[in-house]
Structure formats: C-alpha cells, structure tokens
Design a protein around this ligand. Structure first.
Ligand code: GLU
Length: 448
C-alpha cells in the first residue's frame, strides 16, 4: 500500500494532467484532498477502492452548441455545459451559471464543490453543475428567452427529476428558470416540476428558496459566533456582491440586529456608514437591473468606490457573496488587521488558498462555502420534496427547516474537526464529513 501522502500527490498530478489549464478545478480539488490525509490513514479501504480518484473524475460531461438570434436578427453562438459529477447520494443537483467567463474548468470546479456541499447538507442529492458562456448583462428579455429556449432544447434530454436537477447560480434566477422550465415542459409534454429548482413560488417553486443561500450563510455565521459565546447583534458587517445571495444575506443580517455598511458589484463598491438601505438595493438590482453605483443617487451620504477593494472597509463579520477568488491574501490580511472575527462564505470558493491559510492561522471563525452556503441547495432539496408530494409549505415552516439544516451542518463540521484534533477548523470538518458520506455510499454501490 502506498503511503497516504504519495497517494494525495498522485491524485493531484493526475487531475492536472487530465484537466489541463483548468486552474479553478485544480484549486478546488487541492483544497479538499489536502485535508483528507487523516481520514485516509484511518480508512485504508477508501484508498484500496480509489474513492478520491473516482470522485475527482466526473461521471459525465456534456458540452453543446447553443445557437440563438439577437434582437437585430444576428445569429449568436454560445457554448453550453452540464457536468454530472457524482450521483452516489442522489440525482445530480446543482445550478447553472451564465457568465462570459464560463468554460469547462469553471463548471468542474463548481461541480466538485457542489458534490461535497450537497453531501454535507445531509439531503439525498448528488452533485452536478452547468451553464454557458452567455452574458445576460445588457440583453433584452426576448434575447434571454431565446437563449434559454435554445439551451434547454439540448439540455432537456440529459435531465429529469430522478436524473439531474439544475437550478440557478450567477446569471440565472427566476426569469431564466421560467424560460427554461417553459421550454422543458413544451418539449417533453410533462409538467415535471421537480426537474428544476429555484422556480417562482407562483408556479411550482418553494417559498424561502430565493432567500435560502443568503439566509443560510448568515445562520452559519450566527452558529460560528455562538460557538464562541458571541452573536451578530450590533456587529458591523461587509457583504460583497449585490446579487441574490448578497441581498438576502443583508436582509437576514439586518433582521438579526447587525449593521451592514458595504456591498459591491463587479464595477465597484458602496459604503454607507449608517447602514445600507436594502429597499434601494432590491429596487436597483432586482427590478431595474442597474449597477450598484446608482445607489449613491438615492443616498447622497453614501460613497461609491469604482474598482475599489471592498475588503478594506473595516468590519467584524465579512460575507463574501460575489464570486470565486474575490478575497485574496492581501484582503485577508487587511480584514484580520481591522479586527474581523468571522467570515462566512455565501459564494463558491471566494477566498484564495493563501487567504484561507491566513484565516486559519489567525483562528478567526472561517466558514468555507461548502458549509456556509449549503442552505441554497438544501432548500432546493426541500423544493424537490414539495414537488414530489405536490405540496406547498409555509414560509415559516420552510425557514425553520433551513435553520435546522444549517445548525446540523455547523455542528457536524464542529464535532468532526474536534474529533480530528482541530477544534474550530470548519475547512477540515466540512471536507471530512462530506467525503466520508460520499465514500461510504460509493463503497456500498460497488465499482460503477
Ligand atoms: N448554485 C447554488 C449553489 O452553488 C444552488 C444550487 C441548487 O440549488 O441546486 O449551491
């Protein structure tokens, strides 16, 4: 038997060789695999059955052409993706990202993260992810509809409530999911609600799904603080992003008595010392689809910093809710120097490996995305449950379910990290809990 360290190095070099140039995927795999040595020592059977090697190789990868016509009648061509990463625990589950930067490496990193996150959530869902290099920014509703219809015209044959259940991610929310579901329904002649989640509650969606990722990240922050005898009331917070995750993180932080002083979009950030006015942000982003810069037109006492670094704003609690690698080593250092005590990730892989290292060394409460933002996909699983039973749950009941799920995720990570002698290390806890659930299921299902 090879020693565990050699095995880990071999896995990483194989992933590099098989997936050349896919830097984010390499990063996501390395972050997980490096923490698994103690569990591999304890369970040689995982090594014998090549569990990690199998987890790192997606079960299926689909790439397809998405042709559509813009409002000027010109033909446009995008590339669509769906990666079914792992179905040991349930049908593939994970969102679709529409963003010009999307390529196969983005989808694989997200699918890999999703597989672990979904296992950690404790819900019966596998991991998958998809998307396209389509930029919804500046497109008319009609263009978005034609794109979504073309995208689904290929995707429909690969998905299904028992097979693969997509949802939203960056660039895909209620509007896009509506067009996607409409086309699926038309092609298949089935009102198969459970084939997509994140649907509007008016036609088959679940209450709380829209809020769930942001609320969940705040609940996770609350639990991390509680474990240290502290809470969110009165804390100064910074939330990066201004999309679906950020908006509902801000909403819950404010409801719990925290003061959120800054948020951002890809052009810059807004600082409002007295606390952000959420109604303005919702109007700008959800209704008018404008840039966050417009916020200061409504609140002249706020400041807008074009291209500025939001992590330079002093805060006690930080929630990165924008995108991958948005918080680097310098930003982490600045947050620590400014007295930040907790970081809860609403986005997927927002902190770079060097940034994570600093957070762990400083022993601040750091909740990695797989744990902290699992509330979104967990509530998607609740939406699947409602669809399967043709039921509708109240907002209060669903939110309570979400609250309990986040508490369990926190406690599972906490207990496991302590068992492995690393109390408070949620990175280690999250990776080991998720990996063991996947490994046990994969062992039971045989070599498939
Ligand atoms: N895209 C979200 C995530 O990163 C949600 C996926 C889902 O609800 O299926 O977890």
């Amino acid at each position: 038997m090879k020693d565990v360290q050699t095995r880990v190095e071999e896995v990483l070099s194989l992933v590099h060789k098989r997936n050349p140039g896919e830097a984010e995927f390499h990063q996501a795999v390395r972050e997980v695999v490096e923490t698994l040595e103690p569990v591999l020592e304890k369970h040689p059977e995982y090594g014998e059955h090549k569990i990690i090697e199998r987890i790192c190789e997606p079960e299926r990868q689909i790439i397809f052409r998405v042709p559509w016509q813009d409002d000027n009648g010109e033909v446009q061509i995008n590339r669509g993706f769906r990666v079914g990463f792992n179905s040991a625990l349930g049908p593939y589950k994970g969102g679709l990202r529409f963003h010009p930067s999307v390529y196969l490496g983005t989808i694989k990193f997200l699918g890999f993260e999703q597989t672990f996150k979904n296992a950690l959530s404790g819900m019966p869902i596998g991991g998958g992810k998809g998307g396209a290099d389509f930029d919804p920014k500046g497109k008319s509703d009609a263009e978005v509809m034609r794109f979504c219809q073309s995208f689904m015209t290929e995707l429909y044959r690969h998905i299904g409530e028992m097979t693969d259940v997509p949802a939203g991610d960056i660039g895909v929310s209620g509007r896009e999911l509506g067009y996607l579901f409409g086309q699926y329904k038309r092609i298949t002649n089935r009102y198969e609600s459970g084939v997509l989640t994140g649907k509007s509650p008016e036609w088959g969606g679940a209450l709380v799904r829209r809020e769930a990722t942001g609320y969940g990240a705040v609940f996770f922050a609350q639990d991390m603080l509680r474990a240290r005898g502290d809470d969110l009331a009165g804390k100064t917070c910074v939330v990066s992003g201004a999309g679906n995750v950020a908006i509902y993180a801000i909403e819950k932080l404010q409801a719990l008595g925290a003061r959120v002083v800054a948020c951002s979009d890809s052009s810059g950030f807004v600082f409002h010392a007295q606390g952000l006015q959420l109604a303005t942000i919702k109007q700008l982003k959800e209704v008018e689809r404008l840039r966050i810069a417009s916020y200061v037109e409504h609140h002249p006492d706020a400041e807008y910093h074009a291209r500025g670094n939001i992590w330079s704003v002093p805060c006690q609690v930080a929630l990165p809710c924008a995108t991958q690698n948005e918080l680097d080593e310098a930003a982490a250092r600045q947050l620590i120097a400014n007295g930040c005590i907790a970081v809860s990730e609403g986005a997927n892989m927002p902190t770079t490996p060097d940034g994570i290292k600093l957070f762990l060394e400083a022993k601040l409460a750091y909740g990695p995305g797989k744990a902290a933002n699992a509330g979104g996909v967990a509530t998607s699983a609740l939406e699947m449950q409602q669809n399967a039973s043709r039921d509708r749950w109240s907002f209060e009941y669903t939110e309570q379910r979400l609250r309990n799920i986040m508490r369990s995720i926190h406690d599972d990570c906490w207990t496991t990290a302590s068992e492995y002698g690393q109390q408070g290390n949620y990175v280690l806890g999250a990776n080991i809990v998720a990996f063991q659930r996947l490994a046990e299921a994969m062992l039971a299902l045989g070599i498939i």
